[in-house]
Design a protein around this ligand. Structure first.
Ligand code: NDP
Length: 296
């Protein structure tokens, strides 16, 4: 039987509609207009597209978008000064500095400079710790999006065995924390894991966050498992014409969809959830900064 295709695009659209409702309530009931500042340094084309989508979607849900485009040769001191200014700006409830930053800037110093109360990417040690012990605050955007899709597909996740392939601070580790909170039994695999195919075959839930095109094969998937593919890989597509490319995930989609119970495609699966969750985090921080309980 062919798997259900997990439509992250339409889930994210619905989520943005709910977020627009929260924004309208914050404005009407508390006089608060959530503001999200996005800072980009230099001219990485992929980052520029991503930052523009963030700004557009921020405005579409009724928040204020502050966009700062700094030149490639911006010094670390200049960027840190901007972050400090944004930390002290009452109109700004979320600050995101698009990574990677140019080499003259230490990304760790930038992350540590962001006020945890406005850290909508959930990069600061304080917020990483809060997620670990279950306190309210922003949650890493891509894992939060994965969790929403999994709950939508499966309802309760309690007792399910989740295999997360990848252990980055951005995806794998926060995914592990969130699934542990859901009472999953978790295996985190990485580049040194032995017999990866056998490990993945034991999973009720597979979260693939590796960055290797179609590495996870169809016959690694347990029949009926739910597969979330976080990977975004651009590969040559000569069938579309000379020099053309296309996006694929970390899972061999065509094979895996014949075996899985549900699977997210690339593009159109996990990707659209990430920006929607960034907006959700901005509602969370805007609420907490103003002493309100964030919407669940
Ligand atoms: P990282 O490069 O930071 O981490 C990759 C992880 O995969 C590492 O833990 C690494 O192991 C592991 N890995 C590498 N090779 C293998 C292998 N052969 N077998 C098993 N594990 C392996 O990547 P990110 O977590 O930042 O991103 C992963 C993917 O997700 C990328 O394609 C990225 O573009 C995509 N992404 C998509 C997002 C979205 O919104 N859709 C958001 C964020 C990322 P080790 O630790 O041992 O090196």
């Amino acid at each position: 039987m062919t798997a259900r295709i997990i439509d992250g695009k339409s889930y994210a659209e619905n989520l943005r509609t709910r977020i627009a409702g929260h924004v309208a309530r914050l404005k009407a009931e508390h006089g608060i207009t959530p503001g999200l500042a996005v800072v980009i340094v230099g001219h990485d084309p992929a980052s520029e597209i991503y930052v523009s989508s963030k700004a557009k979607q921020t405005a579409e849900v009724g928040m204020v978008s502050f966009k700062y485009e700094l030149p490639e040769d911006t010094s670390e001191a200049e960027l840190l000064e901007l972050v400090r200014r944004l930390n002290n700006d009452d109109q700004v409830h979320g600050i995101l500095v698009q990574m990677p930053v140019p080499k003259q800037i230490d990304p760790v110093k930038v992350i540590e400079a962001i006020a945890p109360s406005k850290d909508v990417d959930c990069f600061t040690p304080a917020n990483v710790g809060k997620v670990q012990i279950g306190l309210p605050g922003p949650v890493s955007c891509t894992p939060l999006g994965c969790l929403m899709l999994l709950r939508d597909q499966l309802g309760s996740l309690a007792g399910l065995h989740a295999v997360i392939v990848g252990r980055s601070n951005l995806v794998g580790k926060p995914m592990m924390q969130l699934l542990l909170r859901e009472n999953c039994t978790i295996t985190v695999a990485h580049s040194k894991t032995r017999d990866l195919a056998d490990v993945v075959r034991r999973a009720d839930i597979v979260v693939a966050a590796v960055g290797r095109p179609e590495m996870i094969k169809g016959d690694w998937i347990k029949p009926g498992a739910t597969v979330l593919d976080v990977g975004v890989n651009r590969i040559p597509a000569p069938e579309r014409g000379e020099g053309k490319t296309r996006l694929v995930g970390d899972v061999a989609f065509a094979e895996a969809k014949e075996i899985a119970g549900a699977i997210s495609p690339v593009p159109g699966g996990v990707g659209p959830m990430t920006i929607a969750c960034l907006l959700a985090n901005t509602i969370t921080t805007a609420s907490l900064i103003n002493g309100l309980v964030p919407p669940s």
